[in-house]
Design a protein around this ligand. Structure first.
Ligand SMILES: C[C@H](O)[C@H](O)[C@H]1CNC2=NC(N)=NC(=O)C2=N1
Length: 164
């Protein structure tokens, strides 16, 4: 839909950017009540933590969605990365864990033989915050360094296969 356009490619004054973003939020809120979608829809309103720069988080989430991040329950960023080996999966897990410890902001991470699913949200104040968008971008950077593959090329847990 047109209101999910990236604003990075547009030249807008802060005032018109704000108007565009709040109009976009209204459209998404309306679409959400119409469709009763409750899971991973581009039409969902965002729940942004109190005290955050809402226009900034809105824009950052929009950019993250272009990088295949999805939204759950309006306030959780989620993405699954696929890797060729289990070693790469656990290396990625460790890199994210170390950074999240130093940032005091902890993800939910689910590993399989060939994938890692990561979720970011802020508990208090509830919603999405700049810590979530920062860590989501960090995950993308580190996954690129380690090297992701398409899902059908990832390590599988088949009988007889050896996870390396
Ligand atoms: C007290 C401490 O700062 C908080 O409990 C931190 C710890 N880690 C956290 N991790 C995440 N993902 N969200 C939080 O809101 C959060 N809060």
């Amino acid at each position: 839909m047109a209101f999910w356009l990236s604003t990075r490619h547009l030249t807008l004054s802060p005032r018109s950017l704000g108007a565009l973003l709040s109009s976009s939020r209204r459209h998404r809120a309306a679409a959400s009540t119409r469709t009763k979608t409750t899971y991973t829809s581009p039409n969902m309103p965002l729940h942004i933590s109190d005290g955050q720069d809402k226009a900034q988080i809105d824009e950052e989430v929009e950019v993250l969605r272009e990088q295949n991040w999805n939204l759950e329950r309006e306030s959780i960023l989620v993405k699954t990365y696929h890797f060729k080996t289990y070693t790469k999966v656990t290396d990625f897990h460790q890199v994210v864990a170390v950074r999240s410890k130093s940032k005091n902001h902890h993800p939910e991470m689910i590993t399989t033989a060939g994938s890692l699913t990561v979720r970011w949200t802020t508990h208090i104040p509830h919603g999405l915050s700049a810590k979530d968008t920062f860590m989501a971008r960090y995950c993308d950077e580190q996954a690129k360094v380690i090297g992701t593959v398409k899902q059908n090329e990832a390590q599988r847990c088949d009988p007889g296969s050896t996870a390396s």
